[in-house]
Design a protein around this ligand. Structure first.
Ligand code: UD1
Length: 420
């Protein structure tokens, strides 16, 4: 996909924020633990969601997507293998490991794929499952599990990994007895998964704290459940307003999930207000640079948001620093922004952005999902025409981004002809 963008327009208007991608995926995995049908509302139409539906079908479940809802009927889910081609399409496919193991008694999955953000090991996932008495064998790129001796336990995570916390919850929810997860991730998507499971009849407390307590239940019933709003998609549109000097209203946001983002953007000069589930942002005339943004596990500044801040910080009144503490290799966007005229140097885990600079249109390539959205923002704020060339990363995480940018007044078209 080639997005052709003429930059320089202030974006303005209203956008409805999609349901959270990072909630949908573990919740769809959780649905195979139910006794009957689940309906998941406000599922964004994304290629990652479609891949997850394909995984559910490969397991034998019936899964359909229509009008923003996924209906999963797990009654006939008896397969315990996920084909390698599906596992490699998205990294979060690993979250199926706990759920499939406990539903079928055994699982065989290949190592997962996903964005190339440096080493993305799954040791914490496997260690947690082993602590629950699940036998885990790794062989030639495959993971095999056996739950015949699964038991409740105290699982301590060496790092509050989002995926490992989700996998542990999904493995433990039906194991008899009490499981305790300490140093658990506290992300809103974890709370969403727990709310979903509790609505199905699970007994889980402590979501949103570092200590999660699970009392195993024998069965889980099918339910209808609405996904929380996507806080990273909301951040994307807020950063779009910042970089283009515009004013955007967001529908379907939870201000409590956006605290770190709101605080940072206000320090940079933005005017931000919330009214119930609506948010409003107006960019300042002059953007104040960020002394130091450090990505941290929730409730800290999210790693998924850092690349989205580059386009407006390039316009900042002096030097900004972004420190990436979660992933090893998450500054691939810098090379592309440099082509557009940015002055950014990276040193290990830090990126130093020297402002103020004006970006110029260029032909850039999308290295990963969030960088893709950030490059669209950079192109919208640049002088002249840009081509943002993407091999499918953006549609993994953003629903209707092209339509939304158009509705906000951005000059964007899609051109896939060879001369571009
Ligand atoms: C999830 C999000 C992703 C976000 C990330 C951090 C989904 C689908 N994806 O990814 O968008 O960027 O949280 O907020 O929800 N680690 C290990 N061993 C493990 C697991 C993780 O060392 O077994 C390390 C990772 O390499 C990384 C850090 O822990 O450095 C955080 O990873 P984790 O929280 O697990 O991220 P994901 O669940 O993969």
């Amino acid at each position: 996909m080639k997005y052709v963008i003429k930059g320089g327009r202030e974006l303005g208007g209203t956008v409805r924020v999609q349901g959270a991608k990072n909630s949908v995926l573990p919740i769809l995995a959780a649905s195979i633990l139910a006794n009957d049908k689940c309906e998941i509302l406000d599922c964004p139409s994304l290629s990652d969601v479609k891949t997850t539906i394909d995984i559910l079908k490969a397991l034998g479940a019936k899964a359909t997507y229509a009008l923003g809802s996924v209906i999963v009927d797990p009654t006939d889910a008896f397969n315990n293998e996920i084909p390698e081609c599906l596992m490699r399409k998205l990294r979060s496919s690993i979250v199926f490991l706990g759920a499939v193991t406990m539903r079928m008694g055994k699982a065989r999955l290949s190592m997962p794929g996903g964005c190339l953000l440096g080493a993305r090991p799954i040791d914490l996932h496997l260690k947690a499952l082993k602590a629950l008495g699940i036998k885990v064998k790794e062989e030639a790129g495959f993971i095999e599990t056996d739950a015949s001796e699964a038991k409740s336990a105290h699982v301590h995570l060496a790092f509050p990994s989002v995926g490992a916390t989700e996998n542990t919850i999904l493995a433990a929810v039906k194991i008899k007895g009490e499981t305790l997860i300490t140093n658990a991730a506290r992300e809103p998507e974890i709370i969403d998964l727990i709310s979903f499971l509790n609505a199905m009849g699970a007994r889980i407390t402590g979501g949103g704290t570092g200590t999660i307590h699970i009392e195993g239940v024998a069965s889980l019933r099918g339910i209808s459940y609405r996904i929380i709003p996507d806080r990273i998609a909301a951040t994307t549109y807020m950063c779009m307003a910042m970089a283009t000097g515009g004013e955007i209203e967001l529908e379907n946001v939870r201000r409590e999930h956006l605290s770190a983002i709101t605080e940072e953007l206000r320090e940079e000069g933005a005017r931000i207000e919330y009214f119930g589930e609506r948010g409003y942002i107006r960019a300042p005339r002059r953007i104040k640079s960020a002394d130091m943004i450090k990505t941290m596990p929730y409730p800290g500044f999210p790693t998924d948001a850092q690349s989205l801040f580059f386009p407006h910080l390039i316009k900042g009144d002096s030097t900004s620093v972004i420190v990436e503490n979660i992933f090893e290799n998450r500054f691939k966007i810098v090379e592309e922004l440099t082509k557009m005229g940015a002055d950014i140097v990276t040193e290990g885990r830090s990126a130093i952005i020297r402002g103020p600079r004006t970006l110029s249109g260029a032909h850039v390539y999308v290295p990963d999902l969030r960088s893709g959205a950030a490059l669209l923002i950079a192109a919208l704020s640049a002088q002249g025409e840009s081509i943002v060339e993407d091999e499918g990363h953006i549609e993994r995480g953003y629903e209707r981004i092209f339509e939304n940018i158009t509705a906000l007044g951005g000059d964007i078209r899609i051109n896939n002809t060879a001369d571009y």
